[in-house]
Design a protein around this ligand. Structure first.
Ligand code: PAF
Length: 296
């Protein structure tokens, strides 16, 4: 593993690799790595000759300054973790850790991306500018790393749809590899934000996944609206059924059942297309916004 902080140094390494005909895999991250990220990096090292892992907390995708300030930054531990991964097909892993000035040398980027219906639901209206900010940084990373494949986790399900739309817009021949969610033993979807949960909140958080799993069973015999209502009610009243310390409670922001490809909400299970339906949830707990999905 080699750490690179300068864009010019990354470009030089990529040009050399391209001249040798090597295939490059890119794993974009914001650091604070956990087993979910490591599974993406491991897969990328199996499927490519050179892997670039970017670790960059991208300020322009945060529409909430407090969330940006509180985002965990654990770069030394992250680099150590990447160093522990077994070598596979990729003989080299480059950890790209630019500063904000290095990533955006001309100041805050002015370009704005629009993706139509896939960004007009769920996270889109609730986090204005978020997906455009993600697209700006991901495109820059694509330009720098020139990957054959790019790896993203399915926990950020809508982000994957947006990046797919970005690739269609910019017509880069990059294969988007969507990787399954990695969960803790108790079912909680791994997320860098989990480390901000108090021990009591961390103990409560697996109820999100447990509720979604029950929802998947209910979907066999209940209609979409009933399942949606049940999920929201179950989480909102969780603290009444299971009394919690310090007034801890779930505050669901949304639970939406959408077509797996178009991300448009469906009212009837039969309206889902060839890849079925997905339930996407955002829930506040202990001042932390958690997201998760369930496939129906
Ligand atoms: O999913 C993330 O961690 C970020 O949105 C990404 C893709 C690294 C862009 O900053």
């Amino acid at each position: 593993m080699k750490q690179i902080t300068r864009a010019a140094e990354l470009t030089a390494a990529i040009e050399k690799a391209k001249a040798q005909g090597l295939e490059i895999g890119l794993v974009p991250t914001m650091g604070a790595l956990h087993e979910g990220h490591l599974s993406l990096i491991e897969r990328a090292t199996r499927e490519n000759d050179l892997v670039v892992v970017s670790l960059f907390v991208n300020p322009i995708q945060f529409n909430n300054k407090e969330d940006l300030a509180k985002y965990p930054r654990t770069i030394e531990a992250d680099l150590a973790l990447i160093g522990t991964l077994p070598q596979a097909r990729a003989t080299e892993v480059l950890a790209f850790t630019p500063t904000v000035e290095e990533m955006y040398p001309d100041g805050e980027p002015t370009e704005v991306y629009h993706f139509g219906p896939v960004e007009e639901v769920m996270e889109g209206p609730r986090r204005p500018g978020h997906f455009s900010g993600v697209a700006v940084v991901v495109r820059r990373l694509f330009d720098l790393a020139q990957p054959r494949r790019a790896y993203f986790g399915e926990k950020d399900y809508q982000q994957i749809a947006v990046i797919r739309a970005l690739l269609e817009q910019i017509k880069y021949p990059i294969e988007l590899v969507a990787c399954p969610i990695v969960r803790a033993d108790d079912g909680l979807a791994l997320s860098s934000r989990n480390m901000r949960l108090s021990p009591a909140a961390r103990a409560m958080a697996p109820a999100i996944n447990a509720t979604l799993e029950q929802a998947a069973e209910m979907a066999e015999y209940e209609d979409v609206d009933d399942v949606k209502e049940w999920v929201l009610d179950t989480l909102a009243s969780f603290h009444e059924v299971n009394p919690q310390p310090d007034g801890l409670r779930f505050e669901p922001e949304y639970f939406e059942v959408v077509d797996a490809d178009t991300l448009q909400p469906i009212d009837d299970w039969d309206d889902a297309g060839e890849h079925g339906a997905v339930g996407c949830i955002a829930v506040w707990l202990d001042g932390v916004r958690l997201i998760d999905i369930v496939k129906f």
